[in-house]
Design a protein around this ligand. Structure first.
Ligand code: GLP
Length: 245
């Protein structure tokens, strides 16, 4: 666990690590495979990466990205889609090759989803796995959209969203009834295979679930507790989110 004075400092530190990873790989002529997250939490990290691109020449030409999740069903162009989120917060502002961007496809028909999920896993594996996965945490203890009940070895799949998660998303959708009931998410097992995992959490609102995730009994009831089983996970917190530890 690393605690920073505030979320701005923490975000700059995480972005700095991502930039160092990209530059180190590039120096060796290798590509960087990043696992990315949405939500309010990583916005400061993306803003700092955009600044590093514009002001310090950080290039994303050799970066391949896989996003954790997407609502289902979801049109890519919708305001609430994670495609829109990633374009607005990162991809439209950097020099990433759009063919290197992977986000679960919320437009598929139900019978197309299983093959898509399998292919998503295979694509990550074929690239040698994720170098770094960044995560936020939902108040149910979900990582990605792995809600309570998710298995530790779960793969990319269609899931049903928890009621609390849909409540938390209702503001973005102008009412809970507009929030999709399902999502496509990387599994806990997919996340675990990343060579490095950074879970970020800011504010007092996240303090109770951070305490459970870091100190609680390992249980599928709080999927983030599975992270305790990994030796390559770091929780990056601001003082408020760490205040119950
Ligand atoms: C959503 C995302 C998660 C994210 C969580 C927390 O459920 N699917 O990946 O970690 O929200 O969101 P926020 O960072 O806005 O608190």
């Amino acid at each position: 666990v690393t605690v920073y004075g505030n979320q701005q400092q923490a975000s700059v530190a995480v972005a700095g690590r991502i930039a160092a990873l990209i530059r180190g790989k590039e120096a060796k002529g290798e590509k960087t495979v990043l696992g990315l997250a949405t939500g309010v939490t990583p916005i400061g990290v993306y803003a700092e990466l955009v600044r590093l691109h514009k002001e310090e020449g950080l290039s994303f030409k050799n970066v391949i990205t896989f996003n954790l999740d997407e609502y289902y069903p979801m049109q890519a162009a919708a305001a609430q889609s994670y495609v829109t989120f990633m374009n607005e917060n990162l991809f439209s502002h950097v020099d990433i090759d759009k063919s290197h961007v992977n986000i679960p496809d919320g437009t598929l028909s139900l019978d197309e989803v299983p093959a898509f999920c399998l292919e998503y896993e295979q694509k990550i594996t074929a690239l040698g796995g994720l170098d770094l996965q960044i995560l936020g945490i939902g108040r149910t203890g979900h990582i990605g959209f792995n809600e309570p009940g998710s298995a530790p070895n779960s793969g990319t799949r269609l899931v049903t969203l928890d009621d609390l998660t849909r409540n938390d998303a209702s503001r973005d959708f102008g009412g809970k009834s507009n929030v999709p009931t399902k999502a496509i998410t990387m599994g806990v097992g997919t996340i675990f295979k990343a060579r490095e995992i950074i879970l970020m959490a800011w504010s007092l609102k996240k303090a109770p679930i951070v305490k459970k995730a870091v100190e609680g009994e390992i249980s599928g009831e709080v999927p983030a507790t599975y992270l305790q089983l990994s030796d390559h996970v770091e929780f990056v917190l601001d003082e408020a989110a760490a205040s119950s530890l």
